[in-house]
Design a protein around this ligand. Structure first.
Ligand code: ATP
Ligand code: MG
Length: 393
């Protein structure tokens, strides 16, 4: 393990470069720029204290043109856009899914009348977001996803068009050309399935085309920015999502280590579905509405949900242990650091307790002070991205 001083010495260049990016220009260490950085750090801290008001994008509700910086989280399950609105942060979200139906004048008329969100391409109508979910449920079928296991997949040809269409239901072109938009990207998958570089560049290109100045931020780091301002942005941020768990160890706002594992909520749904002989989408619904990890499972599905949650938490902790033990990048941090959990998969009652219990049972290379749950787990990455965008602007 590197000595704390050594570490800072060696990493100074990267650290300053990161601060330049994340906290708006701290590359020089004297005079005016120091003041500017202080101001920006204060601004970031103020923003973290603002409560998030979250809402699903209503059917027929138009997107708005942001008049300030934007945080955007394009995830496997949801797309969330966050903006500062006076004393609070507003997060709006859509399901990141679609459903294709054959085009006809009649079906178009029906969709229009019911204010279903869709776009046309070739012989098909592509129903998107929450509308797609309702459609799929009606036909007892699965929706299609433009992102699989956290990354834009070249296998889904329509993927990027769908993402663009869904983002357009949440935000339009900015009021001011070149407005800063910070978007969340995953860490490199440990088992290496898919390309983060490709994912980042296609999204960046599209957001640039909309008139934004797009800047990326690692998902785990965004969680740290959102939740750990009182800890000087030092700790482990974890986002347990649909396709991935993203992990970032941050030291004084510097992302020392970040990576992802492609095992998360979707994995639980499909494994439990397989075990119970039910479609994964059905399991997802049961899991989101009924799962309580503090209660004894009442049937086979609940029992399987408990088992696979346990497995996921174990895999996640094992990966952190493995990654942290095999690197010499970790600074010797003088006091124990917190872990903060976020993402939809961290939401069931008892998830944090299970995590704590599992943590106690393994040898961890860093001393942990406590495990916390993000204030608003589903929106924490978008909030962190907004904080970054605000300090960049
Ligand atoms: N109340 C809940 N209880 C249990 N699971 C939930 C709940 N709400 C959402 N989820 C699960 O959380 C996952 C989605 O979380 P989230 O929106 O954070 O993922 P994402 O950011 O879209 O995906 P990723 O980060 O993996 O690309 C899904 O697996 C969903 O079933
Ligand atoms: Mg996510």
């Amino acid at each position: 393990m590197a000595d704390e001083k050594d570490f800072l010495g060696k990493q100074k260049e990267r650290f300053e470069a990161f601060k330049t990016r994340s906290l708006g220009g701290a590359a020089q260490s004297t005079g005016e720029s120091d003041e500017k950085t202080d101001e920006q750090i204060e601004k970031a801290k103020e923003a973290t204290e603002k409560p998030v008001t979250a809402k699903e994008k209503g059917i027929g509700e138009g997107a708005e043109s942001p008049g300030g910086p934007v945080g955007l989280d394009i995830g496997t399950s949801h797309i969330v856009a966050a903006q500062e609105k006076g004393a609070h942060i507003q997060a709006v979200k859509q399901v990141n899914a679609f459903f294709a139906v054959p085009k006809s004048k009649f079906s178009k008329g029906i969709l229009n009348r019911n204010q279903v969100m869709y776009y046309e391409r070739g012989d098909l109508l592509y129903v998107i977001g929450y509308s797609a979910e309702r459609f799929a449920n009606m036909f007892n079928m699965n929706t299609r996803r433009p992102i699989k296991e956290g990354l834009v997949t070249p296998r889904e040809e329509e993927g990027l068009n769908v993402i663009q269409a869904i983002v357009n239901t949440l935000i339009e072109k900015p009021e001011n050309f070149g407005e800063t938009l910070c978007f969340v990207i995953p860490g490199e998958p440990l088992d290496g399935r898919g390309s983060v570089v490709n994912h980042e560049s296609v999204i960046k290109k599209f957001l640039g085309g909309l008139g934004y100045h797009p800047v990326s931020i690692n998902e785990g780091m965004a969680v740290v920015l959102s939740e750990l301002s009182d800890d000087d942005y030092t700790g482990i941020g974890i986002s347990m999502g649909g396709g991935m768990c993203n992990i970032c160890l941050s030291y004084l706002s510097f992302p020392v280590i970040n990576y992802s594992i492609q095992t998360a909520g979707d994995y639980i749904d499909s494994m439990v579905g397989e075990a119970a002989g039910e479609p994964a989408t059905k399991i997802k619904g049961i899991k989101e509405q009924e799962l309580d990890l503090t209660k004894e499972p009442k049937d086979g599905i609940m029992r399987a949900l408990h088992i696979f949650y346990e497995e996921l938490i174990f895999k996640l902790l094992q990966s952190v242990q493995r990654v942290l033990s095999s690197t010499d990048k970790i600074p010797k941090i003088s006091s124990p650091i917190p872990i903060v959990l976020s993402g939809g998969t961290s939401m069931p009652n008892g998830c944090k307790n299970r995590f704590e219990k599992s943590l106690k049972s393994i040898q961890f290379p860093i001393e942990i002070s406590d495990v916390r749950l993000a204030e608003d787990p589903l929106n924490a990455p978008a909030k962190g991205a907004l904080i970054m965008a605000m300090t960049e602007a």
